[in-house]
Write a protein that binds this ligand. Structure first.
Ligand code: GDP
Length: 609
């Protein structure tokens, strides 16, 4: 035997473990919100029958498939000295988009991406226009410029990218996937109006996103402009001007006269130098979808902001559920590009579908990989959408009413060629809601009707409305199979009108009473089986087999109900007309007398007005 001291580590380890083993070991398992007995048993490394038996002893009948809540599972596990932890659901999309930081030596300087925020009417749009004009005059004037969701300007040979969508809605949408689109926020405050509610909101958004702020004090051309007042008011929100000893740049500007715009641009460059904004241009591209739409001639068009890497014509990319190969790229000045570098906004063609704004786009080595990414996204999104709808429904305070049958709902999915049409249809259709039927737009989007729309519609009993778009082949066959109704329109009012009709069909029908005839009881026959039969004479109109009756005696109503049978002599008949005799048996009424008057009526459905 080897002396103890000479033993190598490999041999020592098991011995150490052996010593520990007798010690009580507390096992920890992680389980989701809901777990079946089978799954729980697997995690606990036990036979399901043990748990089933235990529950049985506690008076609870269960099977391997019985679902337990987290708390129930926890109570069972703890009896076996097993501690439960709540399983954190994995966001597959987030996992998919995760990536390692680029190595520091690969990073190169990139232009800043700037957004403009501020209170309504303080001049965001005017300022963006004024800045844009500066850059157009810099270059060949009259060149075709186009809106691609962002534009770049140059000052002193340095570039700045401006997100072209004013307001912080865009800014927040861009953070959907947790990726910041913006480096610097220009906060526009009108010098004649000062800090207003949306100014504060904007400050909070920018702070939450940890974005550097520059204050543009706008409208300084106005006689009642007061720059110092703005500075004073901003101190309350921790934004102290540099000339007052703080760290925030305040730049007085006029979007109207153009005064101060150059200084604002220089300040942005200066700030971005301090921020040392960098990205690795030599890798596959990654960025954000700023806007996307369906162009009739060119197919899906996406305006994207490249954030890392370089995007080339011919690259395989995916963005949300869509994928494809970049067919062409155009910049904000209308120039055709072969490649786009970090911080550059471009319009791209070649995606299979219209992605959502705010979605991350990724470059891939192969077409297959791009498709795989899009597909994973689609599968995941489908689940999310369905879950989201379910959650919405149960949260909705109208839901209880619907369950009671007092209210019905019409779920609608809208797909259109442009966002504008989606919005127009949405607002018109929502207005159709009335006391009895609620219209709910459970999803609206740009692009062809696809598989995920149909899945959602099937899951939530919705109809799909396509405006100037068609279902793709997969969606169509799936809709046929699932019995999902797809309605296609080219005119908005037609869509609205049809839905309105559909809703009328959903409304509880309105019935109206219509008297069909009268009969007089002239004789009573006793029949052992059916009770008394009234031998009657039809005085006017007609008595039908399925009619309802009212019986009056000396002008007073003594019965109202159904006719149980109608006879001519011994035969059952459908109807008996004026001038004929008949035998009547009433449902639940036997004490008829000679001379009683019978009024026959029926309930007819009348169209709603
Ligand atoms: P937004 O709602 O923040 O986008 O504001 P707009 O850009 O639409 O501007 C609101 C109004 O203020 C418009 O009537 C503009 O013409 C006006 N405006 C914007 N900037 C200036 C400015 O620097 N001076 C003056 N006098 N008016 C301005």
């Amino acid at each position: 035997m080897m002396p103890r001291s000479k033993r190598v580590g490999r041999f020592i380890k098991p011995e150490v473990k052996k010593v520990e083993e007798p010690e009580e070991q507390i096992k920890v398992i992680s389980i989701p919100e809901k777990v079946s007995i089978k799954e729980l048993a697997e995690k606990m490394k036990m036979q399901p029958s043990v748990i089933i038996k235990k529950l049985f002893m506690a008076g609870q009948i269960s099977t391997v498939n019985t679902e337990l809540t987290y708390e129930e599972a926890e109570n069972i596990a703890i009896e076996y000295d097993i501690i439960c932890e709540k399983e954190v659901p994995v966001d597959i999309i987030e996992e998919l988009l995760k990536e390692d930081e680029d190595a520091p030596e690969t990073l190169q300087k990139r232009p800043p991406v700037v957004c403009v925020m501020g209170h309504v009417d303080h001049g965001k749009t005017s300022l963006l226009d004024a800045i844009r004009k500066t850059s157009v005059t810099d270059r060949e004037a009259g060149g075709i410029t186009q809106r691609i969701g962002a534009y770049t300007v140059s000052i002193n040979d340095q570039k700045i990218t401006f997100l072209d969508t004013p307001g912080h809605e865009a800014f927040t949408a861009m953070r959907m996937r947790g990726a910041n689109s913006t480096d610097i926020a220009v906060l526009v405050v009108a010098a004649d109006d000062g800090v207003m509610p949306q100014t504060i909101e904007a400050i909070n958004h920018a702070k939450a996103a940890e974005v550097e702020m520059i204050v543009a004090v706008n409208k300084i051309d106005k006689p009642n402009a007061n720059i110092d007042r703005v500075k004073q008011e901003m101190t309350e929100y921790g934004l102290i001007s540099t000339d007052w000893g703080g760290t925030t740049e305040f730049v007085p500007v006029s979007a109207k006269t153009g005064e101060g715009i150059d200084t604002l641009l220089e300040t942005i460059i200066l700030t971005s130098d301090i921020l040392e904004l960098k990205a690795n241009p030599n890798r596959e591209a990654r960025g954000l979808v700023l806007e996307a739409r369906l162009d009739k001639g060119r197919g899906p068009v996406a305006n994207v902001l490249v954030q890392k890497g370089t995007l080339h014509v011919g690259d395989f990319i995916s963005a949300g559920a869509s994928s494809g190969k970049v067919r062409a790229m155009v910049d904000d000045k209308g120039n055709k590009l072969k490649e786009a570098k970090p911080s550059q906004p471009v319009e791209i063609l070649g995606l299979s579908d219209v992605p959502n704004a705010g979605e991350v786009f990724l470059g891939h080595e192969t077409d297959k990989e791009a498709k795989q990414y899009a597909n994973t996204y689609l599968q995941q999104h489908k689940k999310d959408l369905i879950e989201e709808t379910k959650a919405k429904m149960s949260l909705d305070d109208l839901y209880s009413k619907i369950e009671e049958g007092r209210l019905q709902e019409l779920n609608i999915i809208i797909k259109a060629d442009v966002q504008g049409s989606v919005e127009a249809l949405k607002s018109s259709l929502l207005k159709l809601s009335n006391d009895e039927v609620v219209v709910k737009i459970i999803h609206g989007g740009v692009g062809a009707i696809n598989e995920s729309d149909v899945t959602l519609a099937a899951a939530s009993n919705a109809i799909i409305i396509g405006f100037d778009v068609r279902p793709d082949a997969m969606a169509k066959s799936m809709a046929d199979h699932e019995g999902v109704e797809i309605k296609l329109y080219k005119v908005i009012y037609q869509a609205i009108e049809e839905i309105e009709y559909a809703m009328k069909g959903m409304l509880a029908p309105v019935y109206e009473e219509r008297v069909t005839g009268h009969a007089e009881v002239r004789q009573i026959f006793k029949a052992s089986k059916v009770g008394n039969i009234a031998g009657a004479f039809v005085k006017d109109g007609i008595i039908k087999k399925d009619c309802k009756v009212r019986i009056t005696r000396d002008g007073e109503q003594i019965f109202e109900g159904d006719l149980a049978s109608l006879k001519r002599f011994k035969d059952d008949v459908k109807e008996v007309k004026e001038g004929y005799e008949c035998g009547l048996v009433f449902d639940g009424f036997d004490s008829i007398n000679e001379g009683d008057m019978v009024e026959a009526y029926e309930m007819v459905e009348v169209p709603r007005t």
